[in-house]
Write a new protein. Structure first.
Length: 329
């Protein structure tokens, strides 16, 4: 009798151990294969390349490497003296053309006062000279505005609040218009991009809360899914000169799940957290987001129920009825 109870106890213990192992195994499979999380996440931010609108030598630098700046702060100054002389030259040209216009107007007024004593051709010529002088003066005034604008833009300002890159320009360097000199990381654009396997996208939707564990940081950041990318590169299809599809006829038999970028907006950032674009993060999507809840409610509401169909339906075409089920593959 004791031997029988001992055997039953062994069997029961074995079943319990097997059940626990099966549950643990299923949890592991579910976590690593289906749960929406990834270690392939990175902190991102918008980087604005600052390029001067005028060319010249840098005469003054007011920032240092990796400095925090605010929008509108002067970063460096380009040869203001040269552009100040250009403005004075444009003003002198405008003054000269203004005098020419005044003289042409006096001549035109005198010829009109004399009436028939002056030939009609001479009157028309003086009036034409007035119009030409007025156009020349307008062109000179535009040159003044352009020179004044260039003088203002010799001071290069920070476009956003942020942080400079690790090399500010130096005094004496020559910079060209339109060529980036330094970059500013926008401090208000920090976010996290998680690259999820395409097999895990079914558990991700807009608005879901997200836990973010940045490598080397003890605290967990909170955020929510902002957007999911709408397209990725198709490596099996290339552009062709004839604009026809050029599909690779051979492919690897081992097909790995592709990575889909999911953008996560940070809800709050601790004051002691060092936010650096490019840091590695683990992104875990949890719970139901607002859009999922709304979608589930709409699916279960009576208004979303399909409308009843009529009991009399049109006969299907013979061609579609006889088509095999796998014809579209």
């Amino acid at each position: 009798m004791k031997k029988t109870w001992f055997s039953l106890g062994q069997i029961l213990l074995t079943l319990i151990v097997v059940a626990i192992a099966a549950v643990v195994l299923w949890k592991l499979v579910d976590y690593y294969m289906f749960a929406p999380w990834t270690r392939d996440g990175h902190v991102r931010a918008d980087v604005i390349q600052v390029a001067p609108d005028v060319s010249g030598l840098i005469t003054e630098v007011k920032v240092v490497d990796n400095q925090q700046v605010h929008k509108g702060d002067v970063l460096f100054v380009i040869d203001r003296a040269r552009y100040a002389l250009t403005l004075r030259n444009a003003q002198a040209t405008a003054q000269q053309r203004r005098a020419t216009l005044d003289q042409a107007r006096r001549e035109d007024a005198r010829n009109r006062t004399l009436g028939n004593l002056v030939a009609r051709e001479a009157v028309e010529e003086t009036h034409s000279r007035v119009e030409q002088a007025a156009a020349a003066l307008a062109d000179a005034e535009v040159a003044i505005d352009t020179a004044r604008l260039n003088l203002q833009r010799t001071e290069i300002l920070s476009p956003v609040d942020g942080y400079l890159n690790d090399r500010a320009p130096r005094v004496g360097e020559y910079v060209s218009a339109g060529r980036a000199v330094l970059s500013v990381v926008d401090m208000h654009s920090f976010r996290v991009d998680g690259y999820f396997e395409e097999t895990k996208l079914h558990g991700i939707d807009i608005g879901q809360p997200v836990d973010i564990k940045v490598m080397g940081e003890p605290n967990i950041l909170r955020g929510h899914v902002q957007s999911i990318v709408a397209a990725i590169e198709d490596r099996d299809r290339q552009q062709s000169p004839s604009l026809l599809p050029n599909v690779n006829p051979a492919f690897s038999w081992v097909r790995l799940a592709q990575r889909i970028p999911v953008r996560v907006t940070l809800d709050e950032i601790p004051a002691d957290f060092r936010m650096i674009a490019g840091r590695t993060a683990t992104v875990s999507v949890r719970g139901l987001g607002p859009s999922i809840g709304k979608r589930a409610a709409s699916e279960t509401s009576p208004a979303s129920a399909p409308a009843p169909t009529s009991s009399v339906s049109a006969p299907a075409p013979a061609s579609s009825a006889s088509a095999p089920a796998g014809a579209s593959q």
